[in-house]
Design a protein around this ligand. Structure first.
Ligand SMILES: Cc1cc2nc3c(=O)[nH]c(=O)nc-3n(C[C@H](O)[C@H](O)[C@H](O)COP(=O)(O)O)c2cc1C
Length: 188
């Protein structure tokens, strides 16, 4: 400790509830964690023809992941999966072959939707992707947030005490998870 966390917002929307959720998570996180967003919106659609000469956007993404101790995914669910923009970013991060930036990088997943299952299906799919990328994932607690109007303010203040406590606990567990992983797998 302290650890730096690069976080991904799976939504490109200006009014993203997942971005709002990320503000709450940063507010509630223990002081041992610091945060920087890893932007995904300017990445072209990945294809392997880029591998021979990775463009600046792809290199910046990989460098951002590599300089952080851990990554946090805050993502919506689109048609029961993660948004294409986030999958595209992970594809960029995983290549060129042999330079997978997510390899051994501790990660956690959380997401919000207006619906009751709160991105559960997308998160399960993301777990499979991250497993293939060899990213050690925090498996518990899981966090499926139903985002009701007013739950979190634009500034990231949580209006519901039980949700606030749950999110604080999630971030404390994440800090401990990162410490455990990096104790046995020191950052390269
Ligand atoms: C293309 C599309 C697909 C969606 N599919 C789902 C879904 O499978 N499950 C769900 O809970 N919400 C779904 N929604 C609703 C989103 O949860 C909602 O738009 C949410 O605000 C998106 O997160 P964001 O505000 O961070 O962009 C979908 C929305 C869009 C635009």
């Amino acid at each position: 400790m302290p650890y730096t966390v690069g976080y991904f917002i799976g939504s490109l929307s200006q009014n993203s509830i997942n971005r709002t959720l990320s503000k709450a998570l940063i507010r509630l996180a223990p002081e041992s964690l610091t945060f920087e967003e890893i932007p995904i919106k300017d990445l072209p659609l990945y294809n392997r023809d880029f591998d021979a000469d990775y463009p600046a956007e792809g290199r910046a993404l990989k460098e951002a992941i590599e300089r952080h101790d851990a990554v946090l995914f805050v993502t919506p669910e689109f048609n029961r999966d993660i948004p294409g923009a986030l999958k595209n970013a992970i594809d960029w991060a995983s290549r060129p072959w042999g330079t997978n930036s997510l390899n051994q990088k501790p990660s956690a997943i959380i997401g919000a939707s207006p619906g009751k299952i709160g991105t559960a299906v997308a998160q399960q799919n993301l777990r499979g992707i991250l497993a293939f990328c060899n990213s050690p994932q925090m498996s518990a607690p899981e966090a499926y947030i139903q985002f009701t109007p007013g739950l979190i303010t634009e500034d990231g203040e949580v209006n519901d005490p039980s949700t606030e406590e749950f999110l604080r606990h999630f971030m404390e567990e994440f800090a401990q998870f990162v410490q455990r992983v990096l104790t046995v797998l020191p950052k390269g």
